[in-house]
Design a protein around this ligand. Structure first.
Ligand code: BES
Ligand code: MN
Ligand code: ZN
Length: 508
């Protein structure tokens, strides 16, 4: 979607639709909102009439379309809900709802009336950024395999009007910046939505190489031979059952600050997770094409980091393999040696994410000695049980890193929740025959024992683990409860969050 900024009033534009908004009024408050005077004038009283009929109340997710008359386009009025709960997240959702309401309805250009979205809590720049996020992500659809599409909004303009004309430069800067981020999320979603027959480990590696060329990043691809040489027994074991061999991909962005710190971002890239020999049941198995979402998010984060020139140096690691059962697959009972020398007793081939990450984390820890490591992984079903499919789980061994990520979460609206990691969890992953075991015989704190397992591969490096099993994609069953800027399929979760962290985090 194209995004523009215009000094004029939204109603002075020739757009197919003007988008404005209103807060919810109390039950007894029947007075027509003063803030909608321009809107009413533009619709020649039709809005006031709709208000009188109680057609417009300002409830969350309420969308009213009023036609302005011959060749004047439409007014789209979005409900914002209670004023006390208003935040940038409200704007993201409202913008998405407006764009969605216009999908397949012949509206190509949309004018957002910025003044309708600015309050004490959300200033002009923040509101404009949220419009960019919501409009771009709400309009997103994965159409690669569709022969026909409905067609939706192609161009959105943030109109400053006389209220905010003096903020033009700052709003323009904010919009340009956020467009980069939102477009990167779209790009990430397009990649994460590809099915496993197409998005093989080799293909993900090729995408990384292409991105590196485009942005001047150093990209190294380790194929199965090189991985064997390096002693990456974990990723080789998991990928052993597939005709598509595993790949570990390392991307380096040099950093915008001189002698800045190094942040490593490591992602789980299981292109398909059948469970392997410990095979999964058939229902929902197709969702496991999204099991690469962590690694694809790493690619998105590197793209955003390099285009926006974030201060720290960023090293991305993608641990890519396909988990299938076959005559060459790894089996329960196998013991594999990983890059850092620690051995894993495989008790369940479906706990494969932690096995591929062991090599990625071990490698980046030893080879780059980063100041911080953040990993993203669709790691456990237990995460979804504990926190649902909107909120990712955070486990961290470092207070500052955890606080930084929580702040980025609040700023971006990508929800995360911190969970504990104790010696009890560490005890539970000890193995009788090797150093650690990849699963336990009882279903207990599954997200946290997985984190305790990963901790073995980061040494004493400040580290944060994001279990994005639920948040990485949405399904038809929960789609309508999710924020309107998430559509069915991959969400690109983590890209906005970690990019924000890299932009804002302290340099020390
Ligand atoms: N990829 C799955 C986790 C997952 C589940 C992601 C649901 C998204 C939605 C992971 O590899 C897995 O299978 N985990 C097992 C671990 C268990 C065998 C210890 C799980 O959570 O059941
Ligand atoms: Mn699995
Ligand atoms: Zn998996």
């Amino acid at each position: 979607m194209k995004l523009l900024v215009d000094r004029r009033d939204a109603f002075a534009s020739a757009s197919d639709a003007v988008v404005s908004a209103l807060y919810e009024r109390g039950e007894k408050d029947d007075t027509f909102p003063r803030t909608l005077a321009k809107e009413d004038e533009a619709t020649r009283g039709a809005l006031k009439a709709a208000w009188a009929r109680k057609e417009v109340r300002g409830k969350r997710r309420e969308v009213t379309v009023v036609h302005r008359g011959a060749n004047q386009g439409r007014l789209v009025l979005v409900g914002l809900g209670a004023r006390e709960k208003y935040s940038a997240e409200t704007v993201r959702r409202a913008a998405a709802e407006a764009v969605k309401a216009l999908k397949g309805k012949g509206a190509r250009t949309v004018a957002f009336r910025l003044a309708a979205f600015v309050t004490e809590a959300v200033d002009a720049e923040a509101a404009a950024r949220a419009i960019v996020d919501g409009g771009t992500l709400g309009g997103y659809e994965f159409v690669k395999y569709k022969s026909t599409t409905e067609g939706g909004v192609e161009e959105s303009t943030v109109h400053l009007g006389e209220e905010f004309a003096r903020n033009e430069a700052a709003v323009k800067r904010a919009v340009a910046h956020e467009v980069e981020i939102a477009e990167t999320v779209v790009w990430t979603r397009d990649l994460a939505n590809l099915p496993a027959d197409t998005a093989t480990p080799e293909r993900l590696a090729a995408e990384a190489v292409a991105l590196g060329k485009e942005l001047g990043l150093k990209v190294t691809v380790f194929d199965e031979e090189k991985l064997a040489e390096m002693g990456c027994g974990g990723i080789l074991a998991v990928g052993g059952g597939s005709a598509h061999p595993p790949r570990m991909v390392v991307l380096e962005y040099a950093g915008g600050a001189r002698r800045g710190r190094t942040v490593a971002v490591v992602g789980k890239g299981i292109t398909f997770d059948s469970g392997g020999i410990s095979i999964k049941p058939a229902p929902h198995m197709s969702d496991m094409k999204f099991d690469k979402s962590g690694a694809v998010a790493v690619l998105g984060i590197l793209r955003a980091a390099a285009t926006l020139k974030v201060p720290p140096r960023v090293v991305g690691v993608m641990c890519c393999a396909e988990n299938l059962p076959s005559g060459t697959a790894y089996r329960p009972g196998d013991v594999v040696r990983t890059f850092n020398g620690k051995t894993i007793e495989v008790l369940n081939t479906d706990a494969e994410g932690r096995v591929v990450l062991s090599d990625g984390l071990g490698y980046v820890t030893q080879h780059y000695r980063p100041d911080e490591i953040i990993d993203l992984a669709t790691l456990t079903g237990a995460q979804v049980v504990a926190l649902g499919d909107d909120t990712a789980g955070l486990v961290a061994n470092d207070e500052k890193l955890a606080q930084g990520l929580l702040a980025a979460s609040a700023a971006t609206g990508e929800p995360i929740w911190r969970m504990p990691l104790t010696d009890y969890h560490r005890e539970l992953v000890k193995s009788e025959v090797g150093d650690v075991r990849n699963s336990i015989e009882i279903p207990l704190a599954g997200m946290l024992t997985a984190a305790a397992f990963l901790e073995n591969f980061v040494g004493s490096t400040p580290w944060a683990h994001l279990d994005i099993a639920g948040a990485a994609y949405t399904t038809v069953s929960t789609r309508k409860y999710q924020p309107s800027y998430q559509n069915v399929g991959a969400t690109g979760f983590g890209v906005r969050l970690v990019t924000r962290y890299l932009l804002d985090a302290p340099r020390a």
